[in-house]
Design a protein around this ligand. Structure first.
Ligand SMILES: Cc1cc2nc3c(=O)[nH]c(=O)nc-3n(C[C@H](O)[C@H](O)[C@H](O)COP(=O)(O)OP(=O)(O)OC[C@H]3O[C@@H](n4cnc5c(N)ncnc54)[C@H](O)[C@@H]3O)c2cc1C
Length: 459
């Protein structure tokens, strides 16, 4: 522990040991708190496929002793190529550190997070499903009836969060986004003998083919040993929010007819895939229960589109910010901490979510406006995430604490908490502009329409 825990540390219960829960555990541990983690899964498998970790997260994780392990896991490619769907022409080249950061297998990153949590002496209570919350004590109750109390409960329980229901007071059902991803992850070796796609296996690479209302992201991991492709396409079928639903390879093959032979060859050779319906959730009006003692974090309150490449990174930032808020507010002042936390986080998270929509929409439409063969401005297809990376979530919390905590103190005294998102007005939305290097140069605040386009999504 880097800072004194004192004789009466803040007691934190974290529900869920995904990447968000683990990051929060590390942040709380380094702030000197006593952390108890409950995870419903008995043993984690190597689930998911490629996931990006940006410098904004790595800066924080490094402070918690988790850096070199993660860099080793990440894809070693320096750039990604954005290509035209049918002939593979390169439309833009962008450094990976400008777009997704380090791309690694989610399961490998998760293992490294879990190991670091355990190295720090925290116990992850596996196979412990939380079935009920008491927001006033606050406490959680497990399936076997045992109840555990703390000063704060953090709901890092993912996209199907039960804690979110308690916080909102209603079930926040997912909506179809109109898109789905077919995803496949497999050993790269069999592709090496196919001349058309052999170049993709020579060394780690990241390629994105963009077409009309579709894009396909391909990358290798472990120096080409493993191969991943993710095809995002229009899908209006009934939604089932699942990470494990099998996909129909015949449909995938139909979708890529006429695409660049390099990626078609890889798709042809693929035996199976998953079908992820990408679901929307409107931004939440609050991330904190009425008692102010249960706070949401990660996908439970701010899931991202895959094209945001920031789901795990923003969850990590949220862990850091909540820990600093608790430290500054003190054990007897959890409501102040949680309400400052949500206010500090909302705008930035929202912009990271919207970035994912922005790039998806540009990729899906840009070629509609130009004739085949005509050059496009490479900037039109680049991911505009660079401005997210220099941010230091801990330093920002210290810098803005006085200003935001004084507003929150007044709100708590008057009993009127301003919602993060007022459905009658729409959430404040920052419009960010960029210079030629992708640097953020301007922020304008506007309000989204009263019935906003849904944006908080699985990713
Ligand atoms: C199976 C899976 C595969 C994924 N694959 C990818 C991917 O390939 N690429 C990508 O970018 N993102 C992927 N994601 C999403 C990504 O991991 C998250 O966006 C990010 O890591 C933040 O996650 P989180 O910790 O908030 O939520 P999650 O990773 O969903 O973790 C939530 C945890 O809470 C646990 N939990 C839920 N309810 C309870 C309860 N009642 N009691 C105790 N524990 C509970 C869950 O078992 C889970 O371990 C995946 C997520 C999952 C769950």
């Amino acid at each position: 522990m880097s800072e004194s825990a004192g004789s009466n540390p803040i007691k934190v219960i974290i529900v869920g040991a995904g990447l968000g829960g683990c990051a929060a555990a590390l942040a709380m541990h380094y702030a000197g708190f006593e952390v108890t983690i409950f995870e419903k899964i008995r043993k984690f498998d190597r689930l998911g496929d490629s996931l990006g970790l940006g410098e904004n997260a790595l800066r924080l994780l490094a402070r918690w002793g988790l850096h070199d392990q993660l860099i080793k896991i990440g894809n070693k490619s320096e750039d990604m190529q954005i290509r035209r769907w049918n002939d593979g022409t390169i439309l833009a080249v962008q450094p990976l550190m400008d777009m997704a950061g380090y791309i690694g297998h989610r399961g490998d990153y998760h293992d490294a997070f879990l190991e670091r949590v355990r190295e720090c002496g925290m116990v992850i209570n596996m196979g412990h499903k939380v079935v009920a919350f008491d927001e006033d004590k606050p406490s959680v109750t497990l399936e076997d009836g045992r109840e555990f109390e703390a000063d704060i409960v953090i709901g890092a329980d993912g996209i199907k969060s039960q804690a979110r229901e308690l916080v909102l007071g209603f079930k926040d059902a997912p909506k179809s986004s109109g898109y789905a991803c077919f995803r496949a992850y497999f050993k790269g070796e069999p592709l090496k003998s196919i001349p058309a796609c052999a170049p993709l296996l020579e060394k780690d690479c990241v390629n994105i083919w963009i077409g009309h209302d579709m894009h396909l992201v391909q990358n290798t991991l472990r120096d080409g040993e493993e191969f991943n492709w993710i095809l995002t396409h229009k899908d209006t079928a009934d939604i089932k929010e699942s990470w494990f639903q099998p996909g129909d390879m015949d449909e995938v093959r139909r979708l890529v007819v006429g695409w660049d032979p390099m990626i078609v060859a890889a798709v042809e050779k693929t035996e199976r895939c998953l079908d992820w319906k990408i679901c929307y959730r409107d931004p939440l009006p609050t991330w904190v229960s009425r008692s102010h003692k249960i706070a949401l974090l990660g996908d439970s309150c701010h899931a991202h589109l895959p094209t945001s490449a920031q789901g795990a990174s923003q969850a990590t930032e949220s862990g850091a910010v909540l820990a600093i808020c608790l430290k500054l507010a003190g054990k007897g002042n959890v409501p102040l901490a949680t309400r400052v936390y949500e206010k500090l986080r909302f705008d930035r998270v929202r912009q990271a979510q919207l970035n994912g929509e922005d790039v998806r929409d540009r990729w899906h439409t840009v070629l509609k406006t130009v004739d085949d063969g005509k050059d496009i401005d490479p900037d039109d297809v680049k991911i505009k995430n660079r401005w997210l990376y220099p941010f230091d979530a801990e330093a920002d919390t210290y810098a803005r604490w006085d200003e935001v905590s004084s507003i929150v103190r007044q709100e708590l005294a008057s009993g009127t908490i301003t919602p993060l998102f007022d459905p009658k007005v729409g959430p404040a939305r920052k419009l960010v502009r960029y210079d030629a290097f992708g640097r953020q140069i301007q922020h304008d605040f506007v309000h989204e329409p009263a019935v906003p386009a849904p944006t908080a999504v699985v990713g």
